[in-house]
Design a protein around this ligand. Sequence first.
Ligand code: HEM
Length: 273
Amino acid sequence: MNVSTDESAAASFLGRNQFLIYRLFSLSGLVPVGGFLAVHLLTNASILGGAESFQGRVDLIHSLGALLVPVEIALIFLPILFHATVGFMIIAGGLPNVGSYPYAGNIRYTLQRATGMIAFAFIVWHLIHLHWLGAPVRGNALPGFDPHHASSTLAVAMGSMVMNLLYAIGMLSAVYHFANGLWSLGITWGLWTSPAAMRRANWVSVVVGAVLAAAGLGSLIGVRRVDVEAARAMEGRREEMRRMLEGEVPLPSARMMETAVEPRAVESPRTGT
Ligand code: HEM
């Protein structure tokens, strides 16, 4: 089979399944990708409540243990990859835009596409910068994120103004894309059809966008307020506690027992003979 036959087979597959692909693309923008975006931004905003409150949220996520990686792959990475691939195809004209914009030339239509591309570049950067997946790429060139020392490592990683600016642009783009996408998704699925219903839905999008934008920008402010030394000390105490509870190091009571038992252990050979 030559290249042009491959291409025409792919084109006819897309043509035949265009409706289904577009519906799956639209749905994936809401769940799980949009849902994850909202939970992620609200979790990050917990740093406004202090370093320990943020560490508590991170510990909760990591309590999934060995399940965390498969869950991340199945519910976050693959759906984003699917949504982004179809999104780029729509932008490139490979999948006819059967989307929802009544006036194709309008600014929201253009912004939806532009913010999708910015969000994609930002997500790739964010993974390289802070996620374990990006560790081989960033090497020692950038300080990364350690989930057991969440606030202190995040504060160090987010230390520069350039980084804050980059995150603000990336997060606001993702939030605009999601909030505006909520409105267009309702049109895709026929949830709001009259101009009055569209206007009401528009307000819902604005409120969702404002809450998530505040959460995203709030987390940047919260990270800047972290006292790195105090956060390290608190994380060290929690880490010690975690290791004790997981049996990696003995509990203080076990240690006391050991020291209490030691002299008798020395005595026993004497008494035994
Ligand atoms: C932050 C993660 C993302 C979320 C939460 C998200 C969410 C959404 C939602 C809810 C929609 C509306 C679907 C509809 O109108 O039926 C949408 C549309 C769209 N998304 Fe995303 N998306 C994300 C990332 C991306 C990425 C990385 C791209 C890649 C370029 C992209 C490209 C698009 C495009 C082109 C549209 C409009 C399609 C059209 O013209 O109808 N999105 N997105």
